[in-house]
Design a protein. Structure first.
Ligand code: Q0Z
Length: 331
């Protein structure tokens, strides 16, 4: 059976994370996509990816990733697109997709004894080489399984407002970015397109899933995978402050870890040597982009400005560094 070609395309702000839209047949139907970035390597990769085969049907797309239907399985492909302030930048970061895909692969292997996962094979069509994986098609649970080891983002906001996060009471007088006494499970529901996910308490998440015992197991597994990853990363100078997991089921298994796992896009990665509670922490991977965009005075509304080559290069280096520290392999 011949491998269909696939690959990443630079599409304009695909804000939808929703599943299969019958219109979305992939590349072919999107050939009129405006040409985004303008550096030579990008043009080259667009040219390359334009030949990337269109024959796989798009299953779902996110801001920076796509999923295709592939026989009875799925092909998940990570692009080089980068988003900050929830907006995709017009300039890709070379190799970001490969780095994230390989980080997920690494964690799937390291946590396979805790929970089965959707990874099937890294043997994918040439065009998706290293940035794609074959995964098992699942029925997904409609909750985001968030684990927080540190107080940041919406967790910090909720805590400031009422001393609790998703119904979990926390000790008084915590600072922004403080380490929590123990990791907490703070589920969220997938929001409508363009909106942020909504934090919910455990009982609400259990209602949504329709099975409290199952939800308890999702919580237990989520915390265990987070702890395994956070310990591993901490030993290598990276704080995994928090993360979001997604789970699904198939005929033979009730709980299967899916999506991307403990990547810089699904988690907050902080450089441990810069850790300083009481303020917002710098991002391990995206800080150069944020700093440049802030200095440029961008209002965080699309369209985002093109990124200069040195910002791209420094950012690429941070992704590669994250990969090499975590996996102890050279990229
Ligand atoms: C994951 C998402 C992405 C857009 C659906 N193994 C699976 N089986 C069924 N569905 C999914 C998976 Cl991973 C699934 N998402 C999230 C990922 C692009 C949306 F790469 N949506």
């Amino acid at each position: 059976m011949s491998l269909q070609r696939s690959g990443v395309r630079f599409s304009p702000q695909p804000q939808s994370r929703t599943a299969a839209n019958s219109e979305a047949k992939n590349p072919a139907s999107r050939r009129d996509t405006p040409t985004p970035p303008h550096c030579a390597s990008t043009i080259a990769s667009i040219a390359f990816m334009a030949t990337a085969v269109a024959d796989l049907k798009l299953h779902s797309s996110g801001k920076v990733r796509e999923i295709y239907e592939w026989e009875n399985d799925l092909l998940m492909v990570a692009s080089d697109r980068i988003s900050i302030y929830d907006v995709v930048m017009p300039t890709p970061v070379p190799d970001k997709g490969k780095v994230l895909n390989r980080i997920s692969e690494f964690w799937f292997e390291l946590t396979g004894d805790i929970v089965p996962n959707h990874f099937l094979s890294a043997d994918v069509p040439e065009e998706a080489m290293e940035r794609g994986m074959r995964v098992r098609r699942l029925e997904m649970y409609p909750v985001e399984c968030v684990v927080r080891g540190y107080l940041s983002g919406s967790g910090w906001k909720e805590y400031k407002a009422g001393g609790a996060v998703c119904g979990i009471e926390l000790p008084p007088n915590l600072l922004e970015s403080d380490k929590l006494p123990e990791p907490i499970f703070t589920p969220a529901t997938k929001a409508e397109i363009g909106d942020h996910d909504e934090n919910v308490d455990f009982e609400r998440a259990a209602e949504i899933v329709g099975d409290r015992a199952l939800m308890e197991e999702l919580r237990r597994v989520s915390i265990e995978v987070y702890q395994r990853g956070a310990e591993h990363a901490a030993e290598r100078g990276i704080i995994l402050a928090d993360t979001k997991f997604e789970f699904g089921r198939h005929a033979g298994a009730e709980i299967v870890l899916a999506d991307e796992v403990l990547t810089p896009d699904s988690s907050r990665f902080w450089p441990a040597d810069r850790y300083e509670p009481g303020k917002t922490q710098p991002s391990f991977d995206k800080q150069f982009v944020r700093d440049w965009a802030d200095a440029a005075g961008w209002d965080h509304k699309p369209p985002a400005p093109e990124l200069p080559a040195d910002v791209i290069e420094q950012t690429r280096a941070k992704y590669v560094e994250a990969y090499e520290r975590i996996t102890e392999r050279s990229f």
